[in-house]
Design a protein around this ligand. Structure first.
Ligand SMILES: N[C@@H](CCC(=O)N[C@@H](CS)C(=O)NCC(=O)O)C(=O)O
Length: 220
């Protein structure tokens, strides 16, 4: 399977990009893949003329499974899980919980986590983003206490088994890994670190850093 990823990035984006999600899921599912790397230019991938044929939005990740092309990290992860029969339960209700937590991560948490990351990256150069930061943090404070409590009695978001929802949630939580937002949520931090200790994640992150040509540990 082919997967479109970054091979160069500005330092501020190291370890945050969504290609990590697809690569991690492929490793966990035992799917062999060829990573095709793009340079992230001053306009992201918008100047990539040919890539628009693969993904009209010109974003990564995208997979190409023997001619079947799919974009959107959440959709890609569900496809990989369904295809391999791994990282997703077999029963309908179990699967629905994976959909629920994957969508919660992308639709409740990431829309507020990402602007906090951008506010911190831009600092005083963007007073608008900086001004909205406390509001975004307050919204996250509505979800995180419940998730933190839940993780006192279960190892992963859907229960005892690691699923693609954990890959998405961990990657979304990583958007907050360098600020104070998660400091009041020890179980969430423990969960994130535990997921990041998985051999598949370690392998993917090492290869990611090697692909970018950066020192090991810089994208952690
Ligand atoms: N909703 C999409 C977002 C994909 C996305 O924003 N990708 C970024 C990297 S994390 C990208 O390719 N940016 C380059 C650009 O937008 O030009 C997904 O989850 O796959």
């Amino acid at each position: 399977m082919k997967v479109y990823v970054f091979k160069s990035l500005p330092p501020s984006l190291w370890g945050y990009t969504r290609d990590i999600r697809a690569l991690w899921a492929m490793e966990e599912c035992g799917i062999s893949y060829e990573a095709i790397g793009f340079d992230c230019g001053p306009n992201g991938l918008q100047d990539e003329t040919k890539y628009g044929k693969i993904n009209p939005f010109k974003q990564v990740p995208v997979i190409d499974d023997d001619g079947y092309v799919l974009s959107e990290s959440g959709a890609i992860l569900l496809y990989l899980a369904e295809k391999s029969g791994k990282l997703i339960p077999r029963d309908l209700k179990g699967r629905a919980q994976v959909y629920r937590w994957l969508i919660t991560s992308l639709n409740n948490i990431e829309p507020f986590a990402l602007p906090i990351l951008f506010a911190d990256m831009m600092g005083d150069s963007n007073p608008h983003m900086k001004g909205l930061r406390p509001w975004h943090a307050k919204i996250l404070d509505r979800f995180f206490p419940e998730i933190d409590k839940m993780l006192t009695t279960q190892q992963f978001v859907v229960g005892k088994d690691f699923t693609v929802a954990d890959i998405v949630l961990t990657c979304v939580l990583r958007e907050l890994r360098k600020n104070e937002i998660l400091q009041n949520y020890p179980n969430i931090e423990k969960y994130r670190k535990h997921c990041e200790e998985r051999p598949a994640f370690v392998k993917v992150l090492n290869a990611y850093e090697d692909r970018l040509g950066i020192v090991r540990g810089s994208a952690r």
